[in-house]
Design a protein around this ligand. Structure first.
Ligand SMILES: NC(=O)c1ccc[n+]([C@@H]2O[C@H](COP(=O)([O-])OP(=O)(O)OC[C@H]3O[C@@H](n4cnc5c(N)ncnc54)[C@H](O)[C@@H]3O)[C@@H](O)[C@H]2O)c1
Ligand SMILES: [Zn+2]
Length: 360
């Protein structure tokens, strides 16, 4: 199968390209080499790669020639610097997806796999001992500043037990990036209905592994910790370090994309299906920092009590649907993956090589 892979020069896209080639597929890599991801210097990509923006209709139309399926990874990622980034997020992620889908429809390509994200859920699942499953709202600044990090039952104020979120949980995007990732899904679903296409969204959890971008405002928490350790500094852990996440290895995410692409043509025309894509092994951010510091041989993490507005407390996925329907199994365990990541190369981005301190 010939696959158009947008964002193919990115962290996850690069691993997807490798996985697809290893399974005998043809890959057309398409990437704008965004400055926020790659720095200003990266203007020429690997050989054979199309360096263009998904908002460029003509470039997308050209790239779609002879293509059987689209794997859409291109997006501006992370929380960004501040709200001023909003137009750029919406441009890349939503206008970009709309242009890509319009051209895909025009080219008669019907199969799409989209990089989704757990951020569409907002907070994860919570249960109150009295009220059962509840949905706490965003945490108040006063609570965060006072070190009250755990969301409480919105009805009785009780402590809550975090659980695993399933694909049918209602969406509740809490920041601009999350809103754009949800809109991408809605656009993909609308495209499928309007054109008889078949769309699969893989809602990735916290992806980590070799080639992860260094600490930029757009990077994930594992890379902040990894970059601190590389500088000989202690990882700075926000809140009390007990936030629960699911860290899924990038090679497992790449494999999930490969199986999803191979299976998407079997789905009914007009369908959109979302799959949580997590390791199924929840850990706290503090545990991740400790594991990484041990494996790296660096200083122990420091719990700072700091916080970022828009961060959620706990979110961990139930990835059973992906296992059961697509036969995917994560192959890299937490300890093994963190050990490899502690010594892995990171991708230099805008801050790469310039010694810019994390959270400056
Ligand atoms: N890394 C994670 O933990 C994570 C979690 C959930 C979802 N995702 C999703 O996975 C996908 C890949 O993310 P990543 O972590 O590899 O990030 P990344 O920044 O390494 O890769 C994204 C790539 O997309 C390209 N790109 C961005 N906007 C573009 C545009 N308008 N036109 C063409 N190319 C464009 C960038 O140049 C970059 O190479 C994204 O859709 C992201 O939302 C990532
Ligand atoms: Zn309650």
């Amino acid at each position: 199968m010939r696959v158009l892979l947008t964002g193919g020069a990115g962290f996850i896209g690069g691993h997807i390209a490798e996985a697809l080639v290893a399974r005998g597929h043809d890959v057309v890599v398409f990437d704008a080499l965004l400055e926020s991801a790659h720095g200003g210097g990266a203007r020429s990509g690997r050989e054979g790669m199309i360096v263009a923006d998904v908002r460029d209709r003509d470039a997308v139309a050209d790239a779609l020639r002879g293509v059987d399926a689209v794997c859409h990874q291109a997006a501006m990622v992370g929380l960004g610097k501040d709200f001023a980034d909003a137009p750029e997020y919406v441009g890349c992620n939503d206008l970009g997806t709309a242009v890509l889908l319009a051209e895909t429809a025009g080219a008669g390509v019907r199969d799409l796999v989209l990089a989704g994200s757990m951020v569409v859920y907002g907070e994860g699942r919570y249960d109150c001992p009295r009220h059962g499953q509840v949905r706490p709202g965003p945490r108040a600044v006063d609570d965060l500043a006072a070190g009250r990090f755990e969301p409480r039952c919105p009805r009785c104020g009780n402590e809550l037990t975090p659980g695993l979120v399933t694909e049918d949980a209602p969406a509740d995007p809490r920041n601009v990036y999350a809103a754009t990732k949800l809109a991408q899904e809605h656009l993909a679903a609308a495209w499928a209905r309007a054109t008889g296409g078949r769309a699969t969204a893989l809602r990735y959890h916290n992806v980590y592994g070799p080639g992860m971008p260094r600490d930029t405002p757009y990077a994930g928490v594992a890379s902040f910790f990894r970059s601190s350790l590389a500088r000989g500094e202690a990882p700075q852990v926000f809140e009390d370090g007990r936030q629960r996440r699911d860290f899924v290895h990038v090679r497992d995410v790449a494999a999930a994309n490969a199986v999803a692409l191979e299976a998407v043509r079997e789905r009914p025309a007009g369908s959109f299906t979302a799959y949580n894509t997590g390791s199924g092994e929840p850990h706290t951010i503090g545990e991740m920092a400790t594991e990484l510091a041990c494996a790296h041989g660096g200083p122990a993490p420091e719990i700072t009590g700091g916080y970022r507005l828009g961060d959620v407390r706990h979110v961990t996925a139930d990835s059973r649907r992906l296992r059961e329907e697509l036969g995917w199994r994560p192959g890299v365990g937490f300890a093994e993956g963190m050990k490899e990541f502690a010594g892995a190369e990171l991708r230099s981005g805008p801050a790469g090589g310039r010694g810019r301190p994390a959270h400056a």
